[in-house]
Design a protein around this ligand. Structure first.
Ligand code: IDC
Length: 308
């Protein structure tokens, strides 16, 4: 039985924990796609079933870039339809195989979510109106605000986008990004969103770049009661490449576990980079074997099986 089959719809409780309807804490572990526009082949039912059954993931994140090549806000109408179709399939397959699923508005080069706020509102209106009855969907409203985007910009954005979601979907948790590539959870902790209670804040780490300093920030924000979810992490450098650092990654996992904080590893693809799950020569789209996997993916499958 998967966690979704066992626990059903989740929400954030007054102590900042992600819980089910019996107020039992549920820790979700999973994987993120790479950009949906670039790697659509991995959105297939067989693979979702494979990840759920063989890899024991609880949740999959559907990363939809907004401003990169063929992103939602910059591509043509056909591209947009293709992305909407991939999200539809991703949510459907996740639901069929008992996984939770995140619809991720993956801002990155568009450093401030206010830039494409109107597109975001229309997008979240569309998806919330479709999936409000599912009970396994999370809305991640801005992946990683960065450069000079402030917490007050993000909060302003969240206060406009969340009501649009709530018009249709009263219960789904909303994941909100934090300043500086979703690291400055301290800022959210000092001034959290007040218009909605079902909000969980993103902290992202790349283990070879982000170490004690960010772990301390994470711990302090949690101790202040901020609900946090690690909606993206990597074992390597923050550029998604270079060397893995499993020693630091193990420290992160132990710390997250000690607070019942869930995490999602970046990225499902065979791109030629350290953070990819599959080796570049692997063209499979499901049925992966040990030899198809990169080192970080193997390490993570061990983490997942240890938590079974
Ligand atoms: C990276 C991808 C890489 C791509 C780049 C730009 O791994 O293939 O060329 O984005 O689109 C993040 C981002 C995530 C990044 C990842 C690694 O959320 O989109 O993916 N990263 O740089 N935050 C910190 C690291």
């Amino acid at each position: 039985m998967t966690k979704y089959e066992k626990h059903g719809a989740l929400h954030v409780n007054s102590k900042g924990k992600l819980v089910d309807h019996n107020n039992e804490t549920v820790v979700l572990r999973g994987l993120s796609t790479h950009g949906l526009a670039w790697y659509p082949q991995y959105i297939n039912r067989d693979f979702f079933e494979f990840m759920s059954e063989k890899w024991d993931i609880d949740i999959i994140r559907l990363a939809m870039y907004t401003a990169e090549e063929n992103g939602y806000c910059v591509g043509d109408d056909a591209n947009r339809e293709k992305l909407i179709d991939l999200i539809d399939k991703g949510v459907r397959y996740a639901t069929e195989v008992g996984l939770y699923v995140i619809i991720d508005w993956h801002i990155l080069s568009d450093s401030n979510p206010l830039i494409h706020k109107e597109d975001a509102k229309k997008f979240f209106e569309l998806v919330a109106s479709k999936y409000h009855a599912y009970g396994n969907v999370f809305y991640e409203i801005c992946n990683e605000p960065n450069v000079d985007c402030t917490w007050s910009d993000i909060k302003k954005y969240a206060e406009e986008v969340i009501p649009v979601i709530r018009k249709y979907d009263e219960y789904a948790p909303v994941i909100c990004g934090t300043p500086r590539w979703s690291q400055d959870v301290d800022e959210a902790a000092s001034d959290p969103v007040t218009i909605d209670k079902n909000v969980i804040y993103a902290l992202h780490f790349y283990a070879d770049t982000h170490r004690d300093e960010l772990r301390n920030k994470f711990t302090e924000a949690l101790n202040k009661g901020l609900p946090i979810f690690i909606s993206e992490f990597g074992c390597c450098n923050a550029n998604g490449n270079l060397s893995n650092n499993f020693e630091e990654a193990d420290k992160w996992i132990a710390l997250a576990d000690s607070f019942d904080v869930g995490y999602i590893m970046w990225n499902i693809s065979n791109r030629d980079e350290t953070s990819a799950t599959f080796i570049p020569t692997c063209e499979k789209t499901t049925g992966f074997e040990e030899d198809d996997l990169r080192e970080a993916c193997r390490w993570y499958l061990k983490v997942l099986s240890d938590h079974k």
